[in-house]
Design a protein. Structure first.
Length: 265
């Protein structure tokens, strides 16, 4: 007759009991953390779906969003971003828009100029000529819509290589912007990405009434850029209010006190 495999030894030693209990507690902690992470992802997906519904409902009656087809996945803007951008354009009617990073957001900003506020201006900055060639034919044309191809310049920040659009201050001159969309150049993995906005504030290119939108505000690098932007505003004694929105990605909004109601849109 074969012997049964021996049961794990149960010992009364307090030291061994303590070690076993600690191991169990650690395993439970890890399982709980993994579950919390999944729950957060599900919650974000749910918020994203809700924003998708809000966007579809909101645009149904819109006279100016004639092309309502957006491809909101991968590197593009997500639904929480496009929804609030739509509401800001629709309700606040900015006069001078600066957009970093051509793409899905530009489908909306160009329609705003072409069909809602033809007196307003839009400057889009994009480093990739290929990307411009792919996208530009889809966009409405208007003399106030300028798609600018800008090279990238590189600098080191905290021992990492970062990039930003070159020659931006020369391009914009003394223009003042009341809406700045910060979603380019490509941001992931950098620790001070998309920092042109900080230069603009130091240079005095912000209108008295303003909205600045940062996409990918959940990332460490973008958080640094947001903090630098806030510091630049404080240095200029410009009062501001910050809030965030999120679905599967997070956006931070820095707005003048006069535009604080953007957080209720
Ligand atoms: C994060 S994307 C966002 C651009 C835009 N605001 C949007 O909503 O789609 C920033 C930059 O990534 C690049 N990009 C975006 N999608 C890409 C793709 N599928 N392949 C290659 N580059 C891409 C473009 O140069 C763009 O300016």
């Amino acid at each position: 007759m074969q012997n049964k495999p021996s049961e794990p030894k149960i010992t009364d030693s307090p030291e061994e009991k303590q070690v076993a209990l600690l191991k169990l507690a650690r395993e439970h902690g890890q399982r709980l953390a993994a579950m919390e992470e999944k729950l957060e992802l599900c919650y974000n997906e749910l918020k994203e779906l809700n924003y998708a519904h809000l966007l579809h409902d909101g645009m149904r009656e819109s006279s100016w969003v004639k092309n309502q087809t957006f491809d909101l996945h991968n590197w593009a803007a997500n639904y929480s971003f496009i929804y609030l951008l739509f509401r800001i354009l629709d309700k606040m009617e900015p006069q001078n828009i600066l957009e970093f990073g051509l793409g899905q957001t530009t489908k909306l900003t160009t329609q705003y100029i072409a069909h809602k506020n033809p007196k307003a201006y839009l400057n889009v900055c994009e480093h990739s000529l290929d990307w411009i060639q792919i996208y530009q034919p889809e966009l409405p044309k208007h003399e106030h819509i300028l798609i600018n191809h800008l090279d990238l310049e590189y600098f080191e920040y905290r021992r990492k290589k970062n990039d930003k659009y070159a020659g931006l201050l020369e391009l914009v001159g003394d223009q003042k912007f009341d809406l700045i969309i910060v979603d380019g150049p490509v941001g992931g993995g950098k620790n001070l990405p998309r920092s042109n906005v900080v230069d603009l504030i130091c240079h005095g290119n912000l209108s008295e009434n303003f909205v600045i939108i940062f996409d990918d505000a959940e990332r460490v690098g973008e958080k640094n850029t947001i903090r630098k932007t806030q510091a630049a505003l404080r240095k200029k004694s410009i009062a501001f209010h910050t809030f965030e929105r999120f679905g599967i990605k997070r956006q931070a909004y820095i707005v003048s006190k006069s535009r604080a109601f953007a957080s209720f849109l």
